[in-house]
Design a protein around this ligand. Structure first.
Ligand SMILES: [Zn+2]
Length: 363
């Protein structure tokens, strides 16, 4: 049986009640900030959080190997898969073409897993228990896997109006799902064809319709870049293009967060070919799904936009990032072409006074 986090800490000679966060409070200058739950932890100062293994890793402690039998999520997944025809109905009602056929499941109203004969303890270990019973009810369920194909968690979409559209399984022994990507097909880490990177399940499914191999990140603020370090194939990032008008320009929230992270990846892996697809701005469309639906899933029209929209990291940074500090973070240390440097200079000049900051970076 899997021990609880407080028990594991005790076995390592640590009390779970007075823990300082090694990430934001290594000198133990503040009051204890790490909150330990039975199977998860959170720092209320820097917001780092995760499951049991994440916590042990953060504290530099080892997990006793025998305590972690490989926990198999497959029986739970099978229970959701039994109702997958309802997932198909949902996808058609959302506007996906009928050809879309992926590995999905469905949790009808009530306790799907219990009805399939799965015991309470297993449901809790998987991070699928809630106060009322089971976490997912009336939701389409998508499996979250690691690159070896093992299921590590789930993400589920409400089919009716719900204040919480997307819900994830709680952190379990594999950690929280945002340490992984969603991918609707097998991922080959090595290929000559590009692998696409987008935000979330909805966009990943849209690209899957077009026959594209894709990874969807859960959120934009902390991409699991360590996984991308393993890639041996070109990467094309495509994130939302919801422009917000500002008095002194425009910016996109997603790229603002994503581009500095892609730049970090590029610096670690100069050999990796990373490009960005700037989506076309067409009537109200802001993400991959919208754009694909607008063009009625017509691959040729979309391919034409794709070719026109491809950008390097520095070019897209100049086009989409408004505040200069973030812009500089996104381009610092990257190889900048002559054209790109002209664009950067032009952008900087329109924000007079920043030229010095820029020259500090590059000269
Ligand atoms: Zn912290």
């Amino acid at each position: 049986m899997l021990p609880d986090l407080p028990e594991l800490l005790k076995a390592n000679g640590e009390s779970h009640k007075r823990l300082h966060c090694p990430k934001c409070d290594p000198g133990k200058q503040h009051g204890a900030s790490l909150k330990i739950y039975r199977r998860a932890f959170k720092c209320f100062r820097c917001n780092i959080s995760g499951g049991i293994l994440d916590c042990l890793e953060l504290l530099g402690l080892k997990a006793p190997q025998q305590s972690f039998p490989s926990f198999d999520m497959l029986p739970l997944w099978r229970a959701y898969q039994q109702h997958d025809s309802l997932a198909k109905e949902w996808s058609v009602s959302r506007g996906y073409p009928t050809e879309l056929d992926v590995d999905w499941g469905y949790a009808p109203e009530g306790n799907t897993l219990r009805s399939a004969g799965i015991d309470r303890k297993t449901i809790e270990l998987a991070g699928l228990a809630s106060e009322k019973g089971e976490l997912f009810s009336n939701r389409v369920v998508f499996p979250v896997k690691n690159f070896r194909g093992k299921i590590v968690g789930f993400q589920a979409r409400a089919v009716e109006d719900s204040p919480v559209k997307w819900l994830a399984s709680k952190p379990n022994i594999y950690g929280s799902i945002d340490k992984y990507f969603y991918f609707p097909q097998q991922v080959n880490l090595k290929s000559t064809e590009p692998l696409f990177l987008c935000e979330g399940v909805t966009d990943a499914l849209a690209l899957k319709v077009l026959g594209i191999e894709v990874l969807g990140s859960f959120g934009i603020q902390r991409l699991p870049l360590d996984l991308l370090l393993q890639l041996e194939r070109p990467l094309v990032a495509v994130y939302d293009c919801d422009y917000q008008d500002f008095s002194c320009g425009e910016r996109t929230k997603s790229w603002q967060y994503v581009l500095p992270q892609l730049a970090w990846l590029q610096r670690q892996r100069p050999d990796l070919k990373i490009s960005c697809w700037k989506l076309p701005t067409i009537s109200g469309a802001t993400d991959c799904f919208d754009v694909c639906k607008y063009y009625n899933w017509h691959a040729e029209s979309l391919y034409a936009h794709y070719q026109r929209g491809l950008r390097s990291i520095p070019t897209l940074a100049v086009e989409t990032i408004h505040d200069l500090q973030t812009l500089l973070e996104a381009i610092a240390g990257l190889t900048i072409t002559e054209l790109e440097s002209q664009a950067i200079e032009a952008k900087v000049l329109t924000h007079g006074g920043w030229l010095k900051t820029l020259s500090d970076y590059f000269l």
